[in-house]
Structure formats: C-alpha cells, structure tokens
Design a protein around this ligand. Structure first.
Ligand code: ATP
Length: 261
C-alpha cells in the first residue's frame, strides 16, 4: 500500500483560533483504498485537521494536495465537488426534510447548474429508490418510509442517513468524524460494516474515532494526533490498544517497530 503515492496529503497545516493553536504544523497522508483512523486526545486537533481537508476551515498555513495537485477548498461544497465527502460530528442534515431529500440535499447545493439537469434525469422515485437501497445496505430500512422527516428519526438513525449519504456520493475520499459515537451496539456494527464495504468498493476512508476497539477492528493504519500535529502513524497489527492510547496521551514515545510508513 505504501509503495503507491498517497491520494490525499497535507503538509505543515497550521490553524489558530485566537490564542489557541488547533493545528500546529500538522502532516497527513491518505493512501488509495485504505482505512486510516485518526486518533488523539480531546482537543488534539483531529476535527480541525479534517475540517481543513474538507474545506470547512481555512488553514492559516500549509498545503493540501489531492492526487498530487494543490487544492484550496473555500467551502465544503468545493471539497464535495472534488469527491471528498464528510460525515461531521454535528450532522449536517435538515430535520424537516425527508430521508430521501436529505440524501440528495448535498447534491443540490453542490452543483446548481448541473443540478437542474440531474433532477430532470433522476425523478423522485429514482432518488427514493437509491436512498432506500443505501439505507437497506445499512440495515436501516426497518423503520422507514423514505418520505419520513429526519426529525422523527432517532439519533442513531439520523447518523445512519448521514453515513449512507457520504458512502453513496463520495467518489474519492470518505471522511467520518465519530460515526459510531451516538450509536447503539447494533447500529455501530452496521456502520462499521458499511465502512468496510466502502473500502471494498475501493474508496479510502478517514475515520476519526475515540472508540479503540472500532479503530483496531477496521483501520489499516492509525494516524496518532497529539498537540495539534501528527505524532506518528502506527500499524494496528503491531501495536496494542493500550500502547496506542499511551502514545495519544504522551505517556509513551512512538516505538520504531510499530510505525507504519
Ligand atoms: N471554532 C473554534 N474556535 C475556537 N477554538 C476552537 C475552534 N475549533 C477548535 N478550537 C480549539 O482547537 C483545539 C482543537 O480542537 P479540535 O476540535 O480540532 O480537537 P479534537 O481533537 O477534534 O477534539 P475532540 O476529540 O474533543 O473532538 C481545541 O483546543 C479547541 O478548543
């Protein structure tokens, strides 16, 4: 995997909020087809890193490249246009709209010119069908009524809709910020299965999570973020969960033998 070129890279990302330095010269590499977990203590800068990559915040310094080309997203929509789909911790769903509308909402925003054409091509039943297929894949079709408003769903079900949307539309990279945090055991399992399924379809995934068993179950490599920057990248097959946590918190120094390229 590491013999190929990374698909998405960041070098020297810095982001300051007043006196807080959320990102401090952070690096990042995502390789084709991998699941890269990003772990770190609260406030380590994981969300800031992902927001910089997905166009939600503008880094003060640093460079991001997709397929070797420097990118400068001015908004999450531009990142989505480039094929980077993100499921944010605080979900970007519209509560009053239906499940199917939410699944396609991002597309409307994404390409206004193109959208008209798209909506003429894809009639409502087709959109509902696709939304239904995605949710069935996630095992979420026990509930709905695809026309049901999202505000009537449980937190876990809403998360499922957001994950299904990202998986359905991400064409280059899918980023998930704590996708299982609000979910019960069964729903978490479905989301993990979906993550593996997205990987099987060849898409790389960035998974931010505090859930170590989930991280160790699905990740190919683990990016450990500490104090605003990448401390190291480790191979989950070569390190224990407790050692990964010790690295995160600064209790241990990165061991040479567990480092992933
Ligand atoms: N919009 C903002 N305004 C001010 N400070 C911010 C903002 N966003 C993040 N920060 C600060 O930047 C630092 C990094 O935050 P960030 O959310 O990136 O960390 P995190 O690793 O994702 O944390 P957590 O695991 O708790 O979600 C924190 O000290 C946070 O308070």
């Amino acid at each position: 995997m590491t013999t190929t070129q990374p698909l998405l890279t960041a070098r020297g990302l810095t982001k300051r909020y007043g006196r807080v330095t959320a990102l401090d010269n952070a690096d990042f590499d995502l390789y084709p087809g991998e699941i890269l977990a990003v772990i770190g203590d609260n406030g380590a800068g994981k969300s800031s890193l992902i927001k910089a990559i997905s166009g939600a915040v503008h880094p003060d310094e640093g460079e991001i490249r997709l397929n070797g080309e420097v990118i400068n997203f001015r908004s999450p929509m531009e990142a989505r246009d480039a094929g980077i789909e993100t499921v944010y911790q605080n979900l970007a769903l519209s509560p009053a709209l239906s499940i199917a509308d939410n699944m396609f909402l991002g597309r409307e925003i994404r390409k206004p010119g193109f959208l008209g054409r798209w909506f003429r091509m894809l009639d409502r039943p087709a959109m509902e069908k696709r939304a239904r297929e995605k949710l069935t894949e996630l095992g979420l079709m026990t509930i709905q009524n695809i026309g049901q408003a999202v505000e009537t769903l449980s937190g876990g079900q809403r998360q499922g809709v957001a994950v299904a949307r990202a998986a359905a539309f991400g064409s280059k990279v899918v980023i998930m910020d704590e996708p299982t945090a609000a979910l019960g055991v069964k729903e978490s399992r479905r989301v993990l299965e979906l993550i593996l399924d997205v990987k099987r379809r060849g898409l790389p995934i960035v998974l931010i999570s505090h859930n170590m068993p989930h991280v160790f179950e699905v990740a190919d490599r683990i990016h450990i973020h500490r104090l605003g920057r990448r401390l190291c990248v480790v191979d989950p097959k070569l390190i224990s969960m407790s050692d990964a946590v010790a690295l995160m918190t600064g209790a241990k120094k990165p061991p040479e033998e567990a480092l992933a390229a």
